[in-house]
Design a protein around this ligand. Structure first.
Ligand SMILES: Nc1ncnc2c1ncn2[C@@H]1O[C@H](COP(=O)(O)OP(=O)(O)OP(=O)(O)O)[C@@H](O)[C@H]1O
Ligand SMILES: [Mg+2]
Length: 95
């Protein structure tokens, strides 16, 4: 696991009792590019939001260079070099 820049080893996430992510495994080496593909509603955005600290997964953790890690929020993720290009943009309604 320490050979990977990023890895996940069984990520699970449910919303209101409906399981969206079930035992997701992904391993990413440094300098590689991956495409996460799946049908609409498969859970791609949910997985990335768990990684980025927007949602907290129900089970298991992310690993950065072999160290277990869960970002508490997007600021925390960006401080550790993880960023996200969002599929849907939200307006800032309060300054
Ligand atoms: N905050 C939420 N509360 C409840 N259900 C949610 C929430 N976010 C996502 N879902 C549900 O989780 C499932 C996965 O959604 P997600 O947006 O992760 O899919 P996706 O693979 O990114 O789809 P798309 O290809 O349309 O972008 C969908 O059924 C969606 O309705
Ligand atoms: Mg999506």
């Amino acid at each position: 696991m320490e050979d990977y820049l990023l890895s996940m080893n069984g990520i699970c996430k449910s919303f209101s009792g409906v399981q969206i992510l079930k035992d997701v495994h992904l391993e990413v080496t440094a300098g590689s590019v991956h495409s996460l593909m799946g049908e609409n509603g498969a859970g791609k955005s949910t997985l990335m939001k768990c990684l980025f600290g927007i949602y907290r997964q129900d089970a298991d953790e992310f690993f950065l260079e072999g160290k277990a890690f869960n970002f508490s929020d997007p600021k925390h993720a960006m401080e550790h070099g993880v960023s996200m290009v969002h599929q849907e943009l939200n307006q800032v309604t309060h300054a």
